[in-house]
Design a protein around this ligand. Structure first.
Ligand SMILES: Cc1ncc(COP(=O)(O)O)c(C=O)c1O
Length: 361
């Protein structure tokens, strides 16, 4: 078997090796049926069993209350930027949004196409290095919902708290932090996450929505974007992304076998403490984010001299430490250390960073 590299990609991201091996073993002949999951009717008994087990395992992992629907949809997290206002924002209503970086800004720009959006708070005055406390937020009186991105994948800025908005439905983009640690789903009206980080392959977005929020879509909402229609049809109004759904189910099984999100929290805490510790104790590397808002999953860092970026990346590649280049809009480096990236990967990265600093620092 070929040696697998340590993959720090922000997404599509590393998948657990055990999951890939299982998918490989089942690829040609799923459980003796003589065909691949990719070749099955989504309405077959076999596929329905795969789909409902994946949903149940996710429900178990996040202790999702029974009055929430779990939807397996397409269009990525980006499609949710439109789908949320089309379903939850009345034409004469207002929705509150919190701007903490590139992804929340995209969600704001898209929502503005559909109605009145109040940016209740922005991290801009803090250069996107800190999250304004809720005492600084200018919330609307009768918001249809409040939207925020719990983890900004590009900036590496993450909420370590859940906003308190009373009866206003709380809507969260959790694309890059879902399943990284325990979560109280009952505080949210809707949670969504593109799959290609902590869930599975791309082609899928998971939506967890409280049932009372279904059935509020505008009449102009496209059928395919209507949550109620998706829920009433078990996310199979049309042909779903069957293989991505199946593979996500294998990831959920893997997570359960490892001990669930509580165990992930311990592992992820150890990983991020090691990496931020290495950055903070060095003269060469730096991360500007306020300590209480540092992302557990996406760790951006800069080298003191940009001219060292290329040699750093080349040396990393040569050691099988892949995809460390920061997003094109911010530059520098970024290590994404999702659930499938083990402590061994972070140890290898930190060792390389120290070696590089010795040579070039
Ligand atoms: C926080 C966040 N929201 C939204 C998106 C967009 O996701 P997609 O590419 O699935 O549309 C991403 C993608 O990286 C993301 O990190």
């Amino acid at each position: 078997m070929s040696k697998r590299a340590f993959n720090f990609c922000a997404g599509p991201a590393a998948l657990p090796e055990a999951v890939l091996q299982r998918a490989q073993a089942e690829l040609l002949d799923w459980q003796g049926k003589g065909l691949s999951v990719m070749e099955m009717s989504h309405r077959s008994d076999e596929y329905m069993a795969i789909a409902s087990k994946a949903e149940q395992d996710l429900r178990d992992l996040l202790a999702i209350p029974s009055d929430y629907k779990v939807l397996f949809l397409q269009g990525g997290a980006s499609q949710q930027f439109a789908e949320i206002p089309l379903n939850l924002l009345p034409e004469d209503g207002v929705a509150d949004y919190i701007d903490t970086g590139i992804w929340s800004k995209k969600s704001i720009d898209e929502a503005r196409r559909y109605g009145n959006i109040n940016v209740a708070a922005s991290a801009k005055p803090y250069d996107y290095f800190a999250i304004p406390g809720q005492n600084e937020w200018q919330l609307s009186k009768d918001a249809a919902y409040l939207h925020y991105a719990s983890n900004e994948t590009i900036g590496g800025l993450e909420f370590d708290w859940v906003p308190e908005v009373g009866d206003v439905p709380l809507v969260a983009d959790m694309s890059s932090d879902i399943l990284s640690r325990p979560l109280d789903v009952s505080k949210f009206g809707l949670i969504y996450a593109g799959a290609q980080k902590n869930i599975g392959p791309s082609g899928l977005v998971v939506v967890i929505v409280r049932e009372d929020l279904l059935g509020r879509a505008r009449s102009a909402c496209p059928t395919m974007l209507n949550y109620k229609i998706a829920a009433d049809n078990g996310s199979m109004y049309n042909t779903p992304a069957t293989f991505s759904w199946y593979l996500s189910g294998l990831v959920f099984e893997w997570l359960k076998e490892l001990g669930g999100v509580e165990v992930m929290e311990q592992r992820n805490r150890a990983k991020k403490e090691l990496l931020y510790g290495a950055i903070d104790s060095s003269e060469l590397y730096s991360n500007p984010i306020a300590k209480n808002a540092r992302s557990w999953m996406n760790v951006p860092f800069r080298l003191a001299d940009e001219r060292l970026d290329q040699p750093f990346l080349a040396g990393a590649d040569a050691r099988g430490l892949l995809n460390l280049k920061g997003h094109r809009s911010v530059g520098g480096m970024r290590a994404s250390i999702y659930n499938a990236v083990g402590l061994d990967a972070v140890q290898a990265l930190v060792a390389y960073m120290a070696e590089f600093e010795k040579e070039h620092g």
